[in-house]
Write a protein of this length. Structure first.
Length: 183
């Protein structure tokens, strides 16, 4: 299927809008990866139904129309393999990135490459000045993505993320458009 919104990343990778046609594959991927996603993600705690995913995607698409979200799926060699999205606060010109990837697609630099493209798109198309990535302190893979994207670790929020019966400390990473990490 072809998306109406495509951000090219590299020859074998692009970002497509999470539309109805992506829902079944994204649901299958979420279910296949649920055990490892449940460690880090509050949304992964409950039952994962296709109907809930379709409803979530629909809400994100409405926010996209309003300029408050860019909900994309990562497509590698024509196959959907994960997601990277941004929640946007247009008033403050800020955004927060979130992502996850199918275990079989890890280790190819996909999230980092897609994150760089989405970061640059947010700055250019939405005039976002500040971006954040928040990751559980123990989630070294997500933290490494933030660092590879040039985000600066700005601090840690203690017990800030409830995940199941646990609460994770959250590392907050920031990126300011037009600045260098030492600014």
């Amino acid at each position: 299927m072809t998306s109406r919104f495509v951000l090219p990343v590299r020859d074998d990778v692009d970002l497509v809008l999470r539309e109805r046609w992506t829902a079944e594959t994204m649901h299958r991927l979420a279910v296949a990866n649920i055990d490892r996603l449940r460690v880090w993600e509050p949304w992964a705690q409950g039952e994962q139904t296709l109907a809930a995913l379709v409803a979530f995607d629909r809400l994100q698409l409405l926010d996209w129309v309003d300029g408050r979200c860019v909900p994309t799926a990562i497509r590698h060699r024509g196959e959907l393999v994960g997601t990277i999205s941004a929640r946007i606060d247009p008033y403050h010109r800020t955004a927060e990135l979130g992502y996850w990837l199918d275990a079989r697609a890890e280790g190819h630099g996909l999230v980092t490459a897609c994150g760089a493209v989405l970061r640059d798109h947010l700055v250019a198309a939405y005039r976002v000045v500040r971006l954040e990535i928040r990751a559980a302190v123990q989630n070294r893979r997500s933290r490494a993505v933030a660092e590879r994207l040039g985000f600066t670790h700005e601090g840690t929020l203690r017990a800030a993320l409830p995940v199941g019966a646990d609460r994770h400390d959250i590392a907050v990473y920031g990126f300011v458009a037009g600045s260098t990490p030492d600014d």
